[in-house]
Each structure stands twice: as structure tokens, then as C-alpha cells.
Design a protein around this ligand. Structure first.
Ligand code: SF4
Length: 188
């Protein structure tokens, strides 16, 4: 799968390109990757390197996301990619969120295939989880649209560490979201 061209970035006077997806504002020289590892500079632009690739699926109760007032008692297809824009020491999905082997770990998964898998498994919703959908927002949005077209509800599980414009695009595509609080201080 080729890397996907993205729009949330701008060129800097010093020749670097700044990613505008999250407040880390990674400033990349040609060939560099951001802290999330999945957004990279290629040909003077920022691309998403994990569009169409998943690190795994699981059918969970929706209460595990945890959402208690959204389609209660129903199964959700949990799905994630690789990488993360946070680096929490307590991460329970560190093998996914800090993976540096996305090319070998990830399975091909088109948005339509994910929606079809959810329907086939009797899931009413698909959750973007395990790692933060902020970093793969174009893939999450495309998958959310495919899910809605199939009558499946898209759910974001996120830390919400995202800039204003991409935030509005990501959450406009979702039917529900769980925004996790990861720490209690600015220093954290
Ligand atoms: S999304 Fe990734 S590349 Fe972009 S600013 Fe955040 S950590 Fe850096």
C-alpha cells in the first residue's frame, strides 16, 4: 500500500515541513518520521504510511471501550493500526503503539473490508482503538464513512491530543467517542 497524501501540514522557511495534526508539531526534514512514527515526510509533503493496514482486530463488548450509554449490550469490532503521538509509560498496548515494524506487522484492511467484517461478525459499531486514531485520521475517517454506509457506527477511542482543524474533521465522522484522560499535570 502506498503512503497517503495528507493536508494537515505546512512548509517552514528553513526548509522543514511541520505536521499540524497534533500539538507536537513535528518539524521534519526529507525522509524523517514524526514522533508517532506513521506520519512521514516524503517529497516535501507529509504522508500517512499506515492507510489501509491494521495491527489487529477483536470483538469486544461496547462497555469495554468504555461506552456505557451507546448501543449498550452490543458487540463492537475493535481495530487499530500502529504508532502513537503519546508516550505514556503505563501504555497497555505499547507493542502496537510503539511498534517500529508497521510494514511487517500490519495486515491489509480496506475501509470497506472493515465495515463488511463488522457486519459479518454481528457488530453494531467499529472502534478505532489500541492506538490513537488522531495519528491515522485520514484512514479512520475513510473507514468511518464506509461503516456508516453499511449501517455500522464508528467510534473513536482517543486521548484527544489533536489540533483544532483535524479534530473537527475526525470527530465529525464519528458517532461516539471516548476521550481518555492520560495525566493530571501539564508536565506529564
Ligand atoms: S501527528 Fe505525528 S507527525 Fe504529526 S505532530 Fe503529531 S506526533 Fe508529530
Amino acid at each position: 500500500m502506498d503512503a497517503l497524501a495528507t493536508r494537515h501540514w505546512h512548509a517552514l522557511p528553513d526548509g522543514r515541513v511541520q505536521c499540524d495534526v497534533c500539538p507536537r508539531h513535528c518539524r521534519l526534514a526529507e525522509g524523517q518520521r514524526g514522533l508517532c512514527f506513521v506520519r512521514a515526510r516524503e517529497d516535501d509533503a507529509i504522508v500517512l504510511t499506515t492507510w489501509g493496514r491494521s495491527s489487529g482486530y477483536c470483538v469486544d463488548p461496547i462497555e469495554k471501550k468504555p461506552l456505557n450509554h451507546f448501543l449498550p449490550g452490543t458487540p463492537v469490532l475493535s481495530f487499530g493500526t500502529a504508532g502513537c503521538n503519546l508516550a505514556c509509560r503505563f501504555c497497555q498496548n505499547w507493542d502496537i503503539s510503539k511498534s517500529r515494524e508497521v510494514d511487517t506487522l500490519a495486515d491489509a484492511a480496506s475501509p470497506e473490508a472493515i465495515a463488511a467484517a463488522a457486519a459479518r461478525l454481528g457488530c453494531r459499531s467499529v472502534a478505532f482503538t489500541y492506538n490513537d486514531p488522531v495519528i491515522f485520521l485520514e484512514y479512520a475517517i475513510d473507514t468511518a464513512r464506509a461503516c456508516r454506509a453499511a449501517g455500522i457506527h464508528p467510534v473513536a477511542v482517543t486521548a484527544g491530543y489533536v489540533c483544532h482543524e483535524p479534530r473537527s474533521h475526525l470527530f465529525a465522522a464519528m458517532a461516539a467517542a471516548n476521550v481518555d484522560l492520560k495525566g493530571f499535570s501539564q508536565r506529564f
